[in-house]
Design a protein around this ligand. Structure first.
Ligand code: SF4
Ligand code: SF4
Length: 285
């Protein structure tokens, strides 16, 4: 298997993987969305809300604010609210008041508009944990008119995208085949229609042939095939040559999302393997 990092920034990572089947990359893609833990706001106690916004909507908007979790990554992997002895949410009882400081982080938000209308931003949320706080300070939460006030007690907890999208560290996670484009020179009339219609500007006319600018840009939409009357151009995806792109909400670095997805996948596959081995020995249930 050959892996090339095509693009890598604070916001996203894109890999070209040659020699791995698409279902494997698709599993990593799905794990990045559903299984990698992060912190997200999960409980909001409304002490005061005299704004025009309903309490439920205010809580919903807060829940969708991505929280920085990168610096707490060890803690994220160490604890699980579902199994934590102190905070277990498995029971039908409400979680206890004195929740442990690994699963939960306390925050609060208190803003009042005096003489002028003001906007409350994510940056106004104060966290007791300096490492777990809104990724961006400029996400608008609610507008307050003069005299209006919000005072909220907030609890963020560790969770996974499987439970709710607010815990997903990836906003986008996609896989696609690398394209193979072939032009039959004998049939091509050099009309240029494929060049005009291509949304990614992959094709261009060079002298008496159609050339490819960057094959990685091709999204295999096949619009070029549809406009080509002599059927001179063909586009297909290549099996086992794939592109994986993960975009982060900012809560974790893109490479951390990738790494944890792989670790969890590997661990679960090992569990399946040992289960099958137990079955073969006749000891499984
Ligand atoms: S549309 Fe077909 S015929 Fe026209 S330039 Fe493209 S490949 Fe050639
Ligand atoms: S398949 Fe779509 S993106 Fe690829 S070359 Fe044709 S028109 Fe362009």
């Amino acid at each position: 298997m050959n892996i090339v990092i095509r693009e890598w920034s604070k916001e996203f990572i894109e890999l070209f993987v040659d020699g791995a089947p698409l279902p494997l990359l698709n599993a990593i893609r799905r794990y990045s969305l559903a299984k990698v833990p992060t912190y997200a706001i999960d409980e909001v106690t409304i002490v005061s809300n005299t704004s025009a916004m309903f309490d439920e909507m205010l809580a919903h908007r807060l829940a969708m604010v991505p929280l920085r979790s990168e610096e707490s990554v060890d803690r994220l992997l160490e604890v699980d609210v579902a199994t934590c002895e102190k905070c277990s949410l498995d029971s039908e009882e409400k979680p206890p008041k004195d929740l442990c400081d690994k699963c939960f982080v306390n925050m609060f938000l208190e803003v009042e508009a005096h003489d002028n209308e003001i906007t409350v931003y994510s940056g106004d949320i104060k966290s007791e944990d300096p490492y777990v706080k809104p990724v961006y300070d400029n996400i608008p939460i609610v507008v307050l008119s003069p005299g209006q006030r919000v005072a909220l007690e907030i609890r963020a907890r560790i969770g996974r995208g499987l439970e709710h999208a607010k815990w997903s560290p990836a906003t986008v996670s996609v896989t696609r085949h690398l394209a193979r484009i072939e032009v039959d020179k004998g049939l091509c009339t050099l009309c240029g229609k494929c060049v005009e219609v291509c949304p990614k500007k992959v094709l261009y006319v060079d002298g008496n042939e159609i050339k490819i600018r960057n094959i990685f840009d091709c999204i295999i939409c096949k619009q070029c095939m549809q406009v080509c009357q002599p059927k001179a151009i063909s586009v297909d995806g290549i099996d086992d040559k794939n592109i994986l792109r993960i975009e982060s909400s900012g809560s974790l670095e893109p490479e951390t999302i990738l790494k944890i997805s792989l670790e969890i996948l590997k661990k679960e596959l090992a569990e399946i393997r040992s289960f099958i081995e137990e079955l073969k020995k006749g000891g499984g249930s």
